[in-house]
Design a protein around this ligand. Structure first.
Ligand code: ACM
Ligand code: ZN
Length: 692
């Protein structure tokens, strides 16, 4: 949903004066807060800044997210009169080794220095310990940091809440089990037993068939991380894993905790895995240093409402390193999300190795600049890496769905192979967001040779049954590129002369028939030659959906139109409406990305409100509804931590929309469950936005 981007010339001017500086000193007036303030400029435009001296800047707070995830930043000198360091202000600035906080400092907020894993020493010049949020250093081992405080104030710091942790490791505290377990997505049915309690010390034996060896490994990891269990002893109370197809539909499980032990029975291995993910959440303690001493007896019966719960990741606009994708997969699996959709090609880059067309990655995977962020952006995934990712994800029961766009969003490929577009025009790779009018040429045989080769090579890498063909935003106005192409118009004439051709009311022109021709050919190839199920973003000028495809409802305000088309064409549909599922949009007014193209705020509550049935009845739910998807378009997401920040916690709201029955869903209750779970995410170093 890319509207035209309103980048002010002034911003470019500022960007270009700052672009090559590595040491930045700001003095005097300083804009802190508001659209595109000085922190946004420093954080997003000064991509290569290594030292920042704000000592003489007229600024008394480092605002929320001010310098979020600037990995190159090695040194920061705070303003002399600094009072407040806001939430996640210095998050993941992991090249910083030492910090000095001025005497004026009063407050340090949640995760202000989260994931600053390079920190070795902190000097605080204030004799009175500033208020320090409990999780100000989440994801960091503070016992490895040397804390220096003014002479005579050590005792005050030793006695101050949170600061005291710098002086001694907190002891592990035993916690009673919670009265209710906090589980996201909320299960179908939870029946607590009042009397039965299982001591976690008695756990440590696993009974499972060989076919569940993968699940058994996951269970062992959970028991080690949550309860410190390393050895497995026959005399202990067992955790039993088993498959029983009578339990319910695909992915269903039943988890029982009793005095005798724990049993997790799945309708299949995926169900068992999800039971283990639920158990993992049940074992989350209240405090970072807590450990549950007992588990309340419970029977949980659970199964998914929809087949697919996916996140779409866009490494084209800003590249996401291969290893970072793995972290996203493990996090998604915790919340029973089962598909990662990789948007591998776009106007700004081609990101997947294709052996027959090497120029795609040689020429198409590097550029400088994404709108006003003038940094070098390069990288691609080799086929070997993607095979590794597919295998890794399979262990978490997540499938990887590749997307290759057609006919639009293909400028990077056209840059490498101009003959892909009408008139073989030479195009530079796009460095701004928005919609390109240049499309693949549907009347050129090279287009089909290219697409078939690409999809054939990908089919040896990605084992998923699904492959996404894009289909969105093919020019503005759509499909106009083909009106000026002689061979396209000749092809259209042939198509129009077919005896059963009927006029299409409401169409601007007949170019949609060329799009249909192209999609028909490629879909036929995918079905017949590669045995794949095509997916695409629904646009109204598709008019009809080919049988055996899955469409995505994504355009704000057009969900009902897409659903009507899916019902009419007996197609499956993913619900990804812009109103709820565009997780790249800011989650609160003024939140990241502060500079965007007019994205509407999509709060956690707004995401939570998605009902995937969209007010349609049971027939739609049973016959057409396929799943839910959240998008993470990355034009304005310039680090992996920011990708996580945009994804979480809204992806948890989305997972609950996709998994849980509507009657069990309640936003206030979700927020309550989220408290314990997000504290655990922060402890593990996962970046999340603050729920608003
Ligand atoms: C899209 O947001 N262009 C599918
Ligand atoms: Zn053409």
């Amino acid at each position: 949903m890319k509207k035209y981007f309103l980048v002010l010339i002034a911003m470019f001017a500022i960007a270009s004066t700052l672009a090559h500086a590595q040491i930045v000193k700001k003095e005097g007036s300083f804009r802190c807060g508001g659209w595109n303030d000085d922190f946004r400029q420093l954080r997003d435009l000064q991509w290569n800044m290594e030292e920042l001296d704000l000592s003489l800047a007229d600024c008394d707070s480092i605002r929320q997210n001010a310098l979020h995830s600037r990995h190159r930043l090695k040194k920061i000198i705070f303003p002399d009169k600094l009072r407040i360091i806001g939430s996640q202000a210095i998050f993941a600035c992991d090249s910083i080794e030492s910090l000095t906080l001025p005497a004026s400092i009063e407050r340090i907020e949640s995760r202000a220095f989260g994931n600053c894993t390079g920190l070795k020493s902190i000097t605080v010049l204030s004799p009175t310990p500033p208020v320090l949020a409990e999780d100000a250093f989440s994801g960091v081992d503070i016992n490895k940091i040397n804390l220096l405080v003014p002479r005579g104030s050590k005792k005050a710091y030793k006695n101050a809440p949170v600061w005291n942790r710098f002086f001694k490791k907190p002891e592990i505290k035993e916690e009673q089990c919670p009265t209710e377990y906090a589980i996201i997505p909320v299960p179908n049915n939870i029946a607590y037993s009042h009397t039965c309690m299982l001591s976690t010390k008695d756990l440590g034996k696993i009974i499972a068939p060989a076919s569940l060896s993968n699940e058994q490994e996951h269970l062992k990891k959970v028991l080690l991380e949550r309860l410190g269990i390393k050895t497995f002893n026959k005399s202990k109370r067992p955790i039993t894993l088993a498959i029983d197809s009578n339990i319910g539909s695909k992915e269903a499980y039943r988890l029982t905790v009793s005095e005798e032990g724990i049993s997790i029975i799945g309708s299949d291995a995926i169900g068992v895995f999800y039971g283990i993910m639920t158990l993992d959440q049940m074992l989350i303690p209240e405090q970072d240093n807590g450990i549950l001493s007992h588990l309340r007896g419970v029977t949980i019966e659970d199964s998914p409402r929809t087949k697919m719960r996916e996140l779409m990741i866009d490494p084209c606009r800003i590249f996401i390193p291969f290893e970072d994708l793995k972290g996203m997969i493990t996090e998604m699996a915790r919340y029973k999300m089962n598909a990662m959709h990789l948007h591998l090609t776009d106007d700004q880059a081609w990101r997947i190795e294709i052996k027959k067309f090497p120029k795609l990655t040689e020429l198409g995977s590097f550029r400088v600049g994404m709108d006003d962020m003038q940094m070098p952006i390069g990288g691609f995934y080799t086929q070997e890496q993607m095979k590794e990712l597919v295998d890794f994800a399979a262990k978490y029961h997540v499938e990887i769905i590749p997307e290759i766009e057609m006919p639009g969003h293909q400028v990077a490929a056209i840059h490498c192979y101009p003959e892909l577009t009408c008139g073989a025009v030479k195009l530079p790779i796009r460095t701004t967001c928005g919609v390109s009018d240049n499309l693949l040429c549907p009347s050129s045989e090279f287009t089909y040779e290219f697409l078939e080769t690409v999809f054939s090579e990908l089919s040896t890498v990605f084992t998923s049954k699904y492959v996404h063909l894009g289909g969105d935003e093919a020019g503005n106005p759509p499909l106009e590129c083909w009106s000026g192409c002689e061979s396209c118009q000749a092809l259209l004439k042939d198509i129009m002369s077919a005896p059963d051709t009927k006029p299409q009311p409401g169409s601007r022109n007949d170019n949609w028939r060329l799009q249909k021709y192209m999609f028909d050919r490629v879909i036929d190839f995918l079905h017949k030659k590669l045995d794949k199920t095509p997916m695409f973003w629904y646009e109204t000028d598709f008019h009809e959906i080919q049988p055996g495809c899955v469409v995505f409802a994504w355009r704000h305000g057009l969900t009902a139109t897409a659903i009507d088309a899916a019902i009419r064409c007996n197609a499956n549909i993913m619900l990804c409406p812009g109103e709820h599922c565009y997780l790249d949009y800011p989650a609160a007014p003024g939140d990241m990305p502060e500079v965007n193209w007019g994205m509407p705020v999509t709060s956690l509550k707004q995401t939570y409100k998605l009902d995937p049935a969209w007010g349609y009845g049971k027939d739609f739910e049973d016959n057409n509804l396929f799943g839910v998807a959240g998008t993470l378009w990355s034009e304005c997401i310039n680090s992996t931590e920011r990708l996580y920040y945009m994804a979480f916690p809204r992806a948890l709201a989305l997972s609950e929309a996709g998994w849980s029955q509507q009657k069990n869903r309640d936003y206030q209750n979700f927020l309550k469950r989220l408290e314990r779970i997000s504290r655990d995410m922060h402890r593990r170093g996962i970046c999340t936005a603050n729920p608003q």
